[in-house]
Design a binder for this molecule. Structure first.
Ligand code: SAM
Length: 371
């Protein structure tokens, strides 16, 4: 198994290919990315056997922007016999088990790429899962009780009902969702669908424990470009008080909570009210990515907030390069000010032509000026 299969939103295969090639190169692992436009996945083929496994363990999945999932796969199985697709699949796992210990498997996901054509296979995949799971269990797979995230998940990626990739991911370094997509339910009382974007961002970047610690009724936030209020809704739902900055109309239901101050001002000029400690800044204004990055940097450097989640609208061309350069500049500028930080960025399922970024200031080492 010397290939990685990475899932993405359709149309972002080139960005993902550039990203995985760079990250693999950073680890001294070389190969080439096979890209089929609008396929919803990329195959990165390593030159050396077993190196795909190293990548799946050593590239922190959280650091990949355009990947929804990362799995190690073998060569594409084609012409699977319709009356016995199971045998060749299990044979793949058995063949690789000695090196890889796939008996540590906890879960089976029979998946497709996230394209309309591939989704037509979903019913087939669902039905196929049950007999495949039974057979795998009989052969000693899928019986492992995980401790501390040290198990693996088995993935079958079907391209057609007679061809698939057979693979696995590490449970401590993958997206913990079927097809890499978190299923979120739209709250009927939320003012806009973009509410799901912030909900997914919080789920992805913070996790339950950090969310409870840093998003609660002791915390104040600013939402730049807030109207009609889908993001503010998520913050208020977690008990926070929100300054909602936007010339537009905010949902009356949010104002009725008494947890929102609507500020009809320019988000690029707004500053936190005097003597008010703001913890969180969120921003969903649609603007040039470099301009939004500079604004976020300003807030963090002035200590107007400690933490931020914001969107970067992707340009038409050189999207990966633009994102890299914005995030690099942000990091460099914070370092120059002695601000240690954690940056995470992801092309979320609910994002379209944008990515979502999370920045947390972890500590401040400011040099005292002389005199
Ligand atoms: C994509 S919408 C935000 C949607 C919002 N996050 C929600 O969930 O409902 C972008 C908003 O940014 C606002 N906006 C754009 N430029 C702005 C600026 N310079 N200052 C304040 N708001 C701005 C627009 O009025 C618009 O309401």
């Amino acid at each position: 198994m010397n290939k990685l299969a990475l899932y993405c939103r359709i149309g972002f295969e080139k960005e993902l290919a550039a990203e995985i090639s760079e990250k693999a190169g950073d680890l001294g692992i070389y190969g080439f990315a096979r890209v089929a436009e609008n396929s919803g996945y990329v195959i990165f083929e390593c030159y050396q056997e077993n190196e795909a496994d190293r990548l799946a363990q050593e590239i922190p999945f959280q650091q990949l922007i355009f990947a929804r999932q990362m799995i190690v796969v073998s060569d594409l199985l084609t012409a699977l016999p319709p009356d016995d697709r199971i045998r060749p699949i299990i044979a793949q796992y058995q063949q690789h088990n000695d090196n890889l210990n796939l008996k540590l498997s906890t879960e089976l996901w029979v998946e497709t790429a996230d394209t309309n054509e591939a989704k037509a296979l979903s019913t087939f995949c669902r039905k196929f899962t049950v007999p495949l799971r039974q057979q795998l269990k009989k052969c000693g797979f899928l019986n492992f009780r995980e401790v501390n995230g040290n198990g693996v998940t088995l993935h079958i990626l079907f391209l057609a009902n007679d061809s698939c990739y057979v693979g696995y991911s590490y449970n401590n370094n993958h997206a913990p969702h079927f097809m890499g997509i978190p299923r979120l339910k739209f709250p009927s009382d939320a003012p806009s669908r973009s509410t799901l974007k912030l909900e997914e961002a919080i789920l992805t970047f913070l996790g339950e424990k950090e969310e409870k610690q840093r998003m609660n009724d002791q915390v104040k936030a600013v939402d730049l470009g807030a109207c009609p209020g889908g993001w503010t809704y998520q913050l208020v739902k977690r008990g926070m008080f929100v300054y909602a900055v936007d010339h537009g109309k905010i949902a009356p239901s949010l104002m009725e909570t008494g947890r929102v101050d609507h500020c009809p001002e320019d988000g690029f000029k707004f500053q936190p009210p005097k003597r008010t400690k703001i913890d969180w800044l969120v921003c969903d204004m649609v603007e040039q990515p470099a301009r939004i990055t500079a604004l976020m940097t300003k807030w963090l450097i002035h200590a107007w907030c400690k933490e931020t989640i914001f969107n970067l609208k992707l340009p038409m061309k050189k999207r990966y390069q633009e994102v890299r350069s914005c995030l690099q500049k942000l990091s460099d500028d914070l370092n120059k000010q002695g601000l240690t930080h954690r940056i995470q960025a992801k092309h979320l399922f609910h994002d379209r032509e944008e990515i979502t970024v999370h920045v947390l200031i972890t500590s401040v080492y400011r040099q005292k000026s002389e005199g």
